[in-house]
Design a protein around this ligand. Sequence first.
Ligand code: UDP
Length: 272
Amino acid sequence: VKQDVTNYIHLSGPLDALLHFASPASPVDYANHPIATMKVGSMGTHKALGLAKDKGAKFLLASTSEIYGDPEINPQPEGYWGHVNTIGPRSVYDEAKRFAEAMTMAYHRTHGVPVRIVRIFNTYGERMRTEDGRAVPNFITQALKGEPLTVYGDGSQTRSLCYVKDLVNGIARLLHSSVATPVNIGNPHELTIQQIAELVLRLTGSKSEIVRRPLPVDDPRQRRPDIGVASKELGWTPHVAVEEGLRKTIDYFRQELEGSQSVNQLGALAGM
Ligand code: UDP
């Protein structure tokens, strides 16, 4: 059912579990849709929680490592409260998700809604959009097109990349667990952005160069999940090494770009 979650959500029949993933997650997308991002994270979460309460359903919130902001400690454990600029351009996402966590815990404490909160760290894999705007889709698309790879800042900032299949497995385990407090799900293998760009060049065999672009405002310096809770409580650790996951992702992007290229060629032919 496709509905605007910032309005009252109606669903007939019983409901076992509600997984609230609605929101842009690419910094480019939430910069382009700041108010919609705040509404879906705040009002959308409120409405989704209301539905879960009404149906007696379990509620899972897709939260984010962004609630830690530009973290002062590395890796980030769930007990770290974060370092977010409340009025910066990223705050529309960060603060909406922080509000969403607070609202989720309020429904848990006040109404006894069974809740699960997953803090998702940087994830990549097949079916991301070539125009997504995040580092991995940008670098792969640029490498395959023979365009320069755009590294923002000096490239020394870090991220830790989790392959989507590992993430989904972790979320499924959390959903079926009884852990009502937030759980980090991500891959602790930390790389600099420069290293990620170089890795993409090597795995694609691209001859593209790496160019520097300005660092976005409030771009976190470092990010790496402490996955002690997921490991202990869910028996979860990621299994897919970054090279293996990137190879699969590159194959997918190659097909996507070849597909769109042949469409463009057909379009050009049709226009002749
Ligand atoms: N980044 C980059 N080039 C790009 C896109 C992103 O250097 O074309 C950097 C960005 O500044 C950040 C990191 O890569 O330091 C990860 O950015 P992304 O948008 O993937 O997600 P974030 O972790 O910031 O939410």
